[in-house]
Structure formats: structure tokens, C-alpha cells
Write a protein that binds this ligand. Sequence first.
Ligand code: ADP
Ligand code: ZN
Ligand code: ZN
Length: 734
Amino acid sequence: MTARILHVAVPTPLNKGFDYLATPDTPVQLQPGCRIRVPFGRNDKIGILIEERQHSTIEPARLKPIKAVVEHTPCLSPELMALGQWASVYYHHPVGEVFNVMLPTLLRQGKPAKQDPVLIWRLSSHGMTLEPSALTRAPRQQAMLNLLRLHPEGLSATQLKEHHGDWRQAVNALQQKGLVECLPAASLESRSRAATPSTGPALNPSQQQAVEAVSRHFDEFKVWLLDGITGSGKTEIYLRLIEQVLAQGKQVLVLVPEIGLTPQLLARFRARLSGKISEVHSGLSDQQRLAIWLNAGQGDAQVIVGTRSAVFMPLSDPGLIIVDEEHDGSLKQQDGFRYHARDLAVWRGQRLNIPVVLGSATPSLESLYNALTGRYGSLILEQRAGGATLPRLAVVDARQTPADQPVTRQLLERMQQHLSQGSQVIIFLNRRGYAPVMMCFDCGWTARCERCDAHMTWHQHDRRLRCHHCGAERRAEQACPDCRAESLHTLGSGTERLEDFLQLRFPHEEIVRIDRDATRRKGELEKSLQKARSGRARILIGTQMLAKGHHFPGVTLVGILGVDHGLFSADFRGPEYMAQLVIQVAGRAGRGERPGEVILETHQPEHPLLQRLIRQSYSAFARAALKEREAARLPPYTKLALIRAEAVSPDSALLFLRKLNDALARSSQGVERWGPAPAPMERRAGRYRAQLLLQAEDRKALHNLLRHVHELARQTPEHRKVRWSVDVDPVEMF
Ligand code: ADP
Ligand code: ZN
Ligand code: ZN
């Protein structure tokens, strides 16, 4: 009798599957995708069965038997197995770790693939008819009763905890009195589903065309680039398409950037769609995530809206994938398994034979290129929906403005003007803190991070210096640590200084600042957004956090500060990112009835790409930027991979990459190798970093070269001293 050999993906840094022996009680015809507990090193690990084999390259006598079969029905469908295996090859990342990233934590840990029934508590019929004043002598029970009155559909333990940290006692007491009942949530689903969704506005002709174009090809793979200016009604198009797919009884996967999963978006989805909507984001508990995973796999979740990792959701009957803000950097995982959720979404669409809609007001140059060359279908919306007009964009030369003044005189005058007309104003500055540099004016000393090649940012409000790269912080000294002179000063402006400055200029205005520091405490962000929405605060200062997704109809002026560095970034994508940010921020202006105005302050008013963006459009800018990319042989015209290494000792990373580079040189036909060189910020969080860039005209050559990169790396003695990684299609060049 020949031995049964199980080829298993085990989560380890070794980029291969491992062979094990089946035991006598291993079920016959075990399907790929089942979880299997295997011995590995000194521990057991949970692996995924890739396939059963007749032979192993290792003698059967030396193979170990598996420990147990965790489940007999695969937890990864054939489609997800194929996705994981393909992604492992494409991104040159160990297959076991890829599966590990795909699985919800509880499955990764070997827990059973079933959900504990979620219980909910709601008022009993007796509780509903009770006089509101009946329990005045038990104020906690009274409060709980009031809460449940507001939620006739019932609340889960998690939800109750959110409202009343210590809820159990009150609920138990009410339950004993027969006022509250407890039941499994599943039995209530029909109730929430029966709600009648509201209908949207009648589509305008461009929207109509877009919806028809996609729905004509519902049952085939096609990628559509929905390139529509901010406010042109893209979300409305998604909603119509989703309605149609739901009507066919199929599921929709919607990927959104981290910052895009706002309550506003979800509320709109809920109000309009009749299917069951599940949200997937980093705030979910392990149980919640598993529940959604299982529901999606069984077709119980009909619309799945989630950030990056939702691209791995199982789908039992998929009909459409939508990637909103497809240009957004958060769709790319930046450590470990460095996948791009948009690109994996396209892969899934092809495999599942369904359409994929990529939407953006500022498409990535990659997607634009695919649309221009005809690989993707192109849907263009050039006008704002519902009659609002695009704001006017103007450049203001900031070169004459004194360094300690965060905004130009021209912008102050425009602010005055808009405020006096009763409008709101947004000032965007993507730099938090008070000032990015603290300097001794006597000797030139500057406050630097001890662990990074970077300045520390001065935070005036709590009087601390913070490194925005590694999080290190310390109290500032009174005098210069070098020359003891008491002449420490700050240079440049962050949002804190901007706030102080504007408050002095506009003493009667309430200002809200929305950045990570100002919204750290729970509930703070909602409070600030509320002040902004209600119009009470008329000056809104913000970083990136304010740039996307929010809709403030009262804003008519947007000022954009401090984006010049994008034009000269060490990253060739700098100008693209800058343009996307400018357009997204500009899109916050004039979304209501009154027309908007956008002022961009710059020290580079003549820069040709900036001129194109301002005088023409994002699309004119993007076409010019694509020409530059083509001339410089940069993506999308060529393919890149970046090998990064870091180590605590100064030269190890560079040395490792040199050895690796030499080893790669032997099979590097068709691939240019740049470096190895120190990273633009060489030291970060106490580690020295270096990188080696690989560039090829076609993907095949690049992949041929990278195929052996793990093996070659392990053959260098230096690999033990470094952390290293491969990044295929990197979106950040550091
Ligand atoms: P985008 O996603 O492109 O930013 P939205 O779909 O959010 O655009 O639409 C912007 C605003 O215009 C929303 O308030 C939306 O309700 C409204 N809107 C969208 N389509 C129409 C339409 N056909 N008629 C009237 N208003 C519309
Ligand atoms: Zn000094
Ligand atoms: Zn630091």
C-alpha cells in the first residue's frame, strides 16, 4: 500500500508547501482547502491542505504524520485556494502566510468554522406597554428600558456594552420582571429585511449610460473604470448596480479605502438597499469577523462593504465587485504580505466571470493606462450630479509670505469674504503638530529623533516633541542642549499653529481641527464633525482625515497648504499623489447650492504639472504625467519590484542586499537592478534600511528573476541579521 501524502501550506517564512503523512483515521478524499493540524518545529501549526499526492521528494520514512484534520469540509473554497496560490506566486510571498492572512483569526487559530449564535435583548410585549414612569425607583433599569424603546429591533451584548458599560445587571432584572426577552439574532433577520428601501434620484444621462453599460455585461468578466469628478454621482451608480445584482439573488463585494468607510456612506447604503449589508473593518471583534466570513460564504450576507482585507471574503454567489477610490493607497498592504486589494479584486472578477467596477475622481495612472489602452471599459462622468458646479481652482504664490505666517494674505482675504457671506471654510494642511522643526537660533542645533533620520515635531498644546515616524516623544528643554542658549524657536507650521494663528485673526469664529491628535479620544471625531455639519464651526482645519468622504454643504472655500513636497518627492509617484490629494480636498468645496472656490498655496506656481492640474483638469494632468512615465520607463510602462532590508547594525542591510544582488545577477536577463542603496530615510525606529529596485519591461522577466529570491536570500549568511521583504508593484518607494 502506498502512503497517502498530504501537501500542506503551513504559515512559515519558507516559501513552499510541506509534505505530511495521512494517518489511518484521516478521511479519504480530503478536499483541498481543509485545515489540518500538523507538527512543525517544536509546535503544532494550523495548515491548509493544498492537495493529496502520490509521491514526495522526501522519503516516506522521514515524513511526519499529521496531528489532526480540523474539518472535513474545506474552509477555503476552490476559488479562494486558487486566489491564495496565485497571489503567493505573484507577490513572492510564502503560501502558508498568504492563507493565514486570508483567514479570520479564529479559523487561523484552529477554532471551529461555526458561529456562536448572537443573542439579542429586546422589550417583551409586556415591556412595550409599560408606563415610562413605572420604574423611577430603579434608575438603571429605567435607563435600560428607555434605550431598548429606541431599539425595538433589539440590541446585542456588544451593542449594549457600547451604550451602558455595565449592562448585565439591569437587563437581568428586567428579564426577571418579564419586561425584556432574550433570543437569537438570526430569528429576527426577516424583520430587518422587510424594511422598504427608499428610492434614489432619477439618474442623469451620463449616469444612466454608465449603469446600462455595466449591466449589459453582468454575466461576464469586464473591468470598468468609472472616472467621475467628485460629486458626479458615482455612489449613486454603485447603488443602482447593486440593486440590480441583488434582484438577481447575487452578492456584491464593495471595497473602500480605510478612511472611506464612514457612517455617512453606510447610512446611505442601508437606506437604499434591501439586502443584508455586512461591514468589514479593523474594529470588528474576532467573533464578528468570523460571523461575516461564514455568512458571506453561505450567501447570507448579500452586500459586503469592507476595507482592504475584505477582498478575501468568501462569496457563494457573487455578481459584482466594486472598488471605490481605487487609487487610494490604503488598498495596498504595506507590510507582511504586500498585496494590492484592487488588483486581487480584478483577479477574482476574472476567475468568477463577473464585472469589476473601479471608481475614482482621480484614477491611478495604472488604471487610467488600462482604460486608455482599451483593457478596461471607460465610464466618464464630467459633471456634478444634481446641478452643483465644480469649484474654481486658483494658485497663490506663497513665496513672499513670512515664514512664521502659516497662510498668505490673499487666502486670509478670501476667508474673510466667504465667512462674511455666512459660508464655511476648510483649510487643509497635511501636517499635524505645531511646527515640524525646533531649532536653536544661536548655534543651529535642531531637535532630531534619536532613532530616525528625522526632525521631531513640536506639539505646543502638550509641550512635547514627537517623532511622526516612530512615535518617540520627549519633553522639550528650556535651553539648547548644545550651547545652553535660551533661543529655541520653531520653524514651519502644522495644524496646531494654523489653528492658533487663525483663531487670532478670526476671534469670533469657532474653529474645529480634525487631525489624529485632536480626535484621539473616543467620540471626539463625531463631535467635531457634528459641529462642522451643523454649521456652528465655520472654520474647519484638517489633515488627510478631512479630505475624503465627508459632505459639508456649507463649505464654499477650500485652502490647500503645504503640498509642494509632492512635486519633488524621492518617490516618482509624488506628483500623482499630490494631484489626487488636491482634487479630493478641492472636491469638499461647493457641494451645496453655492459655487465653490479653491485656493492652492505653493512655492512652485510655475511648475508645469501643477499648472496643468489647476488650469485644466486631473485628467489633463494624468495624461501629461503618463507621458513623463513613458519617457522615464516607469510604471505602468514597466514593472517594478522593490526588495527592502533592515537591520539594527549599520551595514548589515546593505551588505545583505549586495550579496543578494550578486546572486540575482546570474539570472537577471531583461531586468535592470538599481542599487542596492540606503533608503531615502536610512534610519527609522532604530533600524538601518536599504533597498534594491528591480525594473523590467515585462512582468515575465521580473518573475523569472524573483522566482528563486527566497532560496538565494537564504544562501547568504547575512540573511540571519536582517528583516527583508519583496514588494511587487510597490506603491511607496521607501
Ligand atoms: P460621488 O460618489 O461621485 O462623489 P454621489 O453619488 O455621492 O457622487 O453624488 C453627489 C451628490 O449628488 C449626492 O448628494 C447625491 O445624492 C446627488 N446625486 C447623485 N446623482 C444624482 C442625480 N441623478 N440627481 C440629483 N442628485 C444626484
Ligand atoms: Zn544652541
Ligand atoms: Zn523617530
